[in-house]
Design a protein around this ligand. Structure first.
Ligand code: SF4
Length: 534
C-alpha cells in the first residue's frame, strides 16, 4: 500500500503529520482545517469573509488557542442504553436518558452547555470536557487523531455548515444561552432508539449492538475475561438495550400507578451498576419520532445506527413521517450499515432513497473477501460490493467505507485501502481504532506481527502509532484465540464455517493449546506479549 489516496477520500484523515500540542496535551495537526481554497475566494458562493482573522472561532480553533469541537453544538445523540451523550465517543450522561429527558431539554441543559462554554474559553480548566470527551483527549495523545479532529477536518471545510456553527456560537455568546434552533438547518440527529436488531455476528462488536451476537453468546460463544461475566445482570442489561425505545412509555414492562404516574421496572444496573431491580419513573412521554419530526426544519441530517439499521423496521416510520410532512427533500439520511440487506418486510431502502436530499451509506468495512467474512461472520463480501454498487447508481447517494481497526482487521486493513483505490465509486474511507473490549485492541498482537505491519501503513501515522504501543498489561492474548476458536467451533457445519488460522495463518505459531499452557501467574505468563513470548 504505497499510493496516496485521492483527497476526496481522506477528508477525515489520514495525512496529519505536523503535530502541535493541544490545550489538553494531545498531538493535533490542524493544517487541513479551514484549508479549502474556495472558502477564501470572494468570487465563490463558499467564500467566508474574514474566516481566519484574529479573534474568530476558526482562527482560535486552528491555532489551538481553544479546544474546540463543533459536535456539541450541532449533534443530538442518544446511546443504545437510552442515555444521552455529546456524541458516540463521549461519556454517557449520568442524569439524562430516554426515560426522563426530551431531546430539546437535553440540548438546552446544563451539562452540554458546560461543555460548549469550556470549548470556547482559552483559559478553561476543562472540568466538564475532561469528563465528557476523555476518549478524544486520550486518542489525540495516543494516535494524534480523534473523532474531534476528523470531524473538524471535514466540517471546517464545509462552508455552509461552518457559517451556521459560527452563527450558533455568536448567538450563544451574545445571549449567554445556547439555542439549538439558532443555526437554522444544522442539526444532526443520532438516536439509537430503535433497538439493536442485527443480522451479523462481528467478533469485536459489543453484544448490546447486535441481537445475533446475543443469540450466539447465549449459545456459548462468550469469554468472561474479554467481555466480563455473562451474569443475570448482564443479560438483563442486554434485554434493556435491545428494546425499541422510541415510545418507551408504551413498553411491555411499563406500569401506571393509581395517580397516573408511569413507571418502568429496570435492573438498576443500567444506572448504578449494583444490579438491584428498581422502578424508574418515565417522564419523557412523547415519541422520539415525533420529537424528531418537530425539529425537522432545523435538521440537516439524521444518522440511523443499529443494530443493522436497514433491517430495523421501526426506523422506516420516521422516514415515512418526514416524507409525509414534505421535509425529506431537505434532509440527509446517513446509515451506519453492514450493507448486507436492503429490505425489511415491506420496506425497501431503494424506494426511500429518491425522497431524501442525500443519502450517505457508510458501510462498516474493515476487510476484503474472506477477511471480512471471518471478522463479521454471516456477511458476504460479494453482497456488500453488489449493494454498494446498487446504491451508487443513485445520484443522491454517497457510499463510504468506515472500518474498525482491531486485533484482526489491522492485519489486512491496508487491503481495504487498496481496494478503495481500485474502486473509485467509494467516496470516502474512514476508520476508528477499537477501544473496547481492550483484549481486541491492535497493540495486543504479537510484537513480530506488529513490527512487520508498520511499513504497510506508511502515511497512516495513527495506525502506526497504535502498532507501536505496548500491549495492555495483564491481558492474555490466548483468551482472544480461545474466544475466536470457540466461534469457529460454533459455526462448524454451517454455511459460515471458517477457521481462524486459515484466514490469519500468521497467528497460528502463537497459539498454545490449553493443555500445554503454563499455569497462570507464572513469570512466563507475564511475558506473554513480549518478544520472548514463545
Ligand atoms: S471532543 Fe470528541 S467526545 Fe467530545 S464532543 Fe467532540 S467528538 Fe465527541
Amino acid at each position: 500500500m504505497s499510493k496516496e489516496l485521492p483527497k476526496h477520500m481522506t477528508k477525515g484523515g489520514p495525512g496529519d503529520h505536523t503535530f502541535k500540542t493541544s490545550l489538553l496535551g494531545g498531538k493535533v495537526d490542524t493544517t487541513a482545517w479551514f484549508a479549502e481554497d474556495h472558502m477564501f475566494d470572494p468570487n465563490t458562493y463558499d467564500y467566508i469573509d474574514n474566516l481566519l482573522d484574529e479573534g474568530t472561532i476558526a482562527k482560535k480553533a486552528k491555532d489551538q488557542e481553544i479546544f474546540f469541537c463543533d459536535i456539541p453544538f450541532t449533534q443530538v445523540y442518544m446511546e443504545i442504553d437510552g442515555n444521552y451523550q455529546a456524541c458516540c465517543f463521549a461519556k454517557s450522561s449520568k442524569k439524562h436518558n430516554v426515560l426522563n429527558t426530551s431531546l430539546v431539554d437535553w440540548m438546552h441543559g446544563k451539562e452540554l452547555n458546560k461543555v460548549r462554554s469550556e470549548m470556547l474559553d482559552p483559559n478553561s480548566k476543562f472540568k466538564q470536557v475532561k469528563k465528557t470527551c476523555q476518549r478524544c483527549i486520550a486518542d489525540e495523545k495516543r494516535y494524534g487523531r480523534s473523532r474531534r479532529t476528523a470531524c473538524m477536518k471535514i466540517h471546517s471545510n464545509a462552508p455552509d455548515y461552518w457559517k451556521k456553527v459560527v452563527q450558533m456560537v455568536k448567538m450563544m455568546e451574545a445571549s449567554g444561552e445556547y439555542n439549538m434552533m439558532d443555526g437554522g438547518r444544522i442539526l444532526e440527529i443520532q438516536l439509537k432508539v430503535y433497538g439493536s436488531e442485527c443480522n451479523l455476528d462481528c467478533y469485536m462488536c459489543v453484544h448490546a449492538n447486535s441481537t445475533i451476537r446475543q443469540k450466539v453468546a447465549d449459545e456459548g460463544v462468550w469469554n468472561d475475561r474479554i467481555f466480563l461475566k455473562y451474569s443475570k445482570i448482564a443479560k438483563e442489561k442486554l434485554r434493556w438495550v435491545t428494546k425499541d425505545k422510541n415510545e418507551i412509555y408504551n413498553d411491555e414492562d411499563v406500569e401506571i400507578d393509581k395517580d397516573g404516574v408511569i413507571y418502568i421496572q429496570l435492573d438498576k444496573g443500567n444506572l448504578k451498576n449494583d444490579g438491584v431491580a428498581k422502578k424508574v419513573e418515565v417522564t419523557n412521554t412523547e415519541s422520539m419520532v415525533e420529537q424528531t419530526v418537530a425539529l425537522a426544519p432545523y435538521i440537516r441530517s439524521i444518522k440511523i445506527i443499529g443494530g443493522e439499521p436497514l433491517i430495523m423496521k421501526k426506523h422506516y416510520e420516521l422516514l415515512d413521517r418526514l416524507i409525509e410532512i414534505d421535509e425529506a427533500k431537505n434532509i440527509m439520511i446517513k446509515y451506519q450499515t453492514n450493507l448486507t440487506e436492503t429490505k425489511a418486510g415491506k420496506h425497501n431502502i431503494f424506494k426511500y432513497i429518491p425522497e431524501f436530499k442525500l443519502v450517505s451509506m457508510v458501510a462498516s468495512v474493515d476487510g476484503v473477501g474472506k477477511t471480512i467474512e471471518y471478522m463479521r461472520r454471516r456477511c458476504s463480501w460479494d453482497k456488500i460490493v453488489d449493494n454498494a454498487k446498487l446504491c451508487d447508481e443513485y445520484d443522491n447517494v454517497d457510499v463510504d467505507f468506515n472500518g474498525l481497526v482491531s486485533f484482526l482487521s489491522v492485519m489486512r486493513f491496508y487491503e481495504v485501502i487498496d481496494w478503495c483505490l481500485a474502486n473509485p465509486f467509494i467516496d470516502q474511507i474512514n476508520w476508528a481504532m477499537l477501544e473496547t473490549p481492550p483484549h481486541l485492541r491492535v497493540n495486543n498482537l504479537p510484537e513480530k506481527i506488529k513490527k512487520d505491519l508498520i511499513p504497510k501503513y506508511e502515511g497512516w501515522p495513527d495506525i502506526q502509532d497504535a502498532l507501536r504501543m505496548p500491549p495492555e498489561k495483564n491481558l492474555d492474548m490466548l483468551e482472544v484465540f480461545d474466544y475466536l476458536l470457540k466461534a469457529d467451533e460454533y459455526y462448524k457445519g454451517t454455511k459460515w464455517e471458517m477457521n481462524l488460522f486459515d484466514v490469519f495463518p500468521e497467528l497460528e505459531e502463537y497459539y498454545i493449546p490449553k493443555e500445554n499452557r503454563p499455569a497462570s501467574n507464572t513469570p512466563y505468563k507475564r511475558n506473554l506479549y513480549g518478544t520472548d513470548y514463545r
